[in-house]
Write a protein that binds this ligand. Structure first.
Ligand code: PRP
Length: 173
């Protein structure tokens, strides 16, 4: 198998710097509870939070989806929850990719029951052509075509997450 570079390391870093600047301006020095959704968002999170010039409380969640992701019948389960109370806090969810939108639709609904002061979403990637559950992405890295992407946190059978770029896996090689 070989990997074709789809979004280079440099393009990712340039975009992340832009997003961090916008987030810094929008929150005006207020504390942000950043919730990175594991596992895919770990690298995006590490690069983004280092450039946000606001106090950050960093939390992690893990969720898994079941059933048919391509329809409204999919189910999402929380495998790892955050430790802190987000009541009246500014919360920013970090994701690597929004695909059908099922996971984030669930997560946003779930976290809103805890009454945050604000709840926003940053996602490095989204695949608009795959959207089944439309959601607002407040800070969007790149919109991509419907391709199987790996790297920069995204995996194929738990591999390739460590790549510093987004690639496309050529399964025929
Ligand atoms: C990916 C991604 C999102 C979800 C998006 O996670 O990190 O959480 O899929 O898909 P959706 O919009 O169709 O719900 P995945 O389940 O691959 O887990 P991982 O982050 O541990 O790789």
């Amino acid at each position: 198998m070989n990997v074709e570079v789809y979004i280079s390391q440099e393009e990712i870093q340039v975009r992340i710097a832009e997003l961090a600047k916008k987030i810094t301006n929008d929150y005006h020095g207020q504390e942000i509870t950043v919730i990175a959704v594991l596992s895919g968002a770990f690298m995006f999170c590490a690069d983004l939070v280092r450039q946000i010039q606001c106090p950050i409380k960093l939390e992690f969640m893990k969720v898994s989806s079941y059933g048919d992701n391509t329809s409204t019948s999919g189910e999402v389960k929380v495998d790892l929850d955050i430790k802190s109370d987000i009541n009246d806090k500014h919360v920013l969810i970090l994701e690597d990719i929004v695909d059908t939108g099922l996971t984030l639709t669930y997560l946003i609904k779930h976290l809103n029951t805890r009454h945050p002061k604000s709840l926003k979403l940053a996602s490095l990637l989204s695949k608009p052509s795959r959207t089944v559950h439309p959601i607002k992405i407040d800070y969007q890295g790149f919109e991509i075509e419907d391709k199987f992407v790996i790297g920069y946190g995204l995996d194929y059978a738990s591999k390739y997450r460590e790549l510093p770029y987004i690639g496309i896996l050529n399964l025929e090689c």
